[in-house]
Design a protein around this ligand. Structure first.
Ligand SMILES: Cc1ncc(CN)c(N)n1
Length: 221
């Protein structure tokens, strides 16, 4: 049977679930997450987005034809022109201004995750980089879906509603869908050995996403 993106998720089922349904995400959904946890997450996520934009820039650089290049460029634009602007506006609403964001010290979890992804890109091929980036782009679209289907989700007066809406937004969901299809096409052709190698990358990136949520929770203790 041909492998696809769902095969990657299946191979890392426990780690994927621990990321998508992390207590931080449940707290956002139920409006019970401590504000200090979310604030710390927002600050570090600004730094994260800067490095992830660089990683998509690296994917543009590593592309072999115009179709690959345009695909990575679209993802770079989603971060720089849409997600980052919304993020900065959102931080401002939480009383965090641009100057504060630019002068933040980088947390270990941010360093570990972002440099891991950049290293996958430098060391490997374009596909290694896309697989390392997938938990970020596709994972948040799935998280927004998970939140919207939960009966426990609070949708009236939830202080995190604007953040949830950012990832439920059609443009973000479509970018995640395009990446899903892009990966499905490339994963189908691989040898079992190559698929196993990419599974390790995907699992590690997923673990680093869960650690990023945990960093937010720990900041509120
Ligand atoms: C840590 C993290 N992972 C993913 C995303 C969604 N692009 C994000 N903003 N931050």
């Amino acid at each position: 049977m041909a492998q696809n993106f769902d095969s990657l998720k299946q191979a890392c089922r426990d780690q994927w679930q621990a990321y998508i349904q992390h207590p931080f995400v449940a707290g956002v959904s139920e409006a019970t997450l401590p504000a200090a946890a979310f604030r710390h997450y927002l600050q570090q996520d600004y730094l994260f987005l800067v490095h992830f934009a660089r990683a998509w820039g690296l994917a543009v650089y590593k592309s072999r034809d115009m179709s690959e290049l345009r695909h990575s460029l679209d993802n770079l634009k989603t971060i720089v022109d849409t997600e980052m602007d919304l993020h900065v506006d959102y931080c401002r609403a939480w009383g965090i201004d641009q100057e504060e964001l630019q002068n933040l010290p980088e947390a270990q979890e941010t360093l570990a995750y972002t440099r891991f992804v950049l290293d996958c890109g430098h060391r490997g091929e374009l596909l290694d980089l896309h697989v390392a980036l997938a938990p970020c782009l596709i994972g948040y679209a799935e998280i927004a879906d998970w939140i919207s289907t939960r009966s426990q989700t609070v949708s009236v007066d939830n202080p995190y509603q604007a953040w949830i809406d950012m990832y439920r937004d059609e443009e973000y969901q479509q970018a995640a869908h395009r990446e899903h299809l892009w990966l499905d096409e490339r994963l189908a052709e691989l040898s079992p050995q190559r698929f196993a190698q990419l599974t390790t990358t995907f699992r590690d990136a997923t673990r680093l996403e869960a650690a990023f949520w945990q960093m937010g929770l720990d900041a509120a203790r």
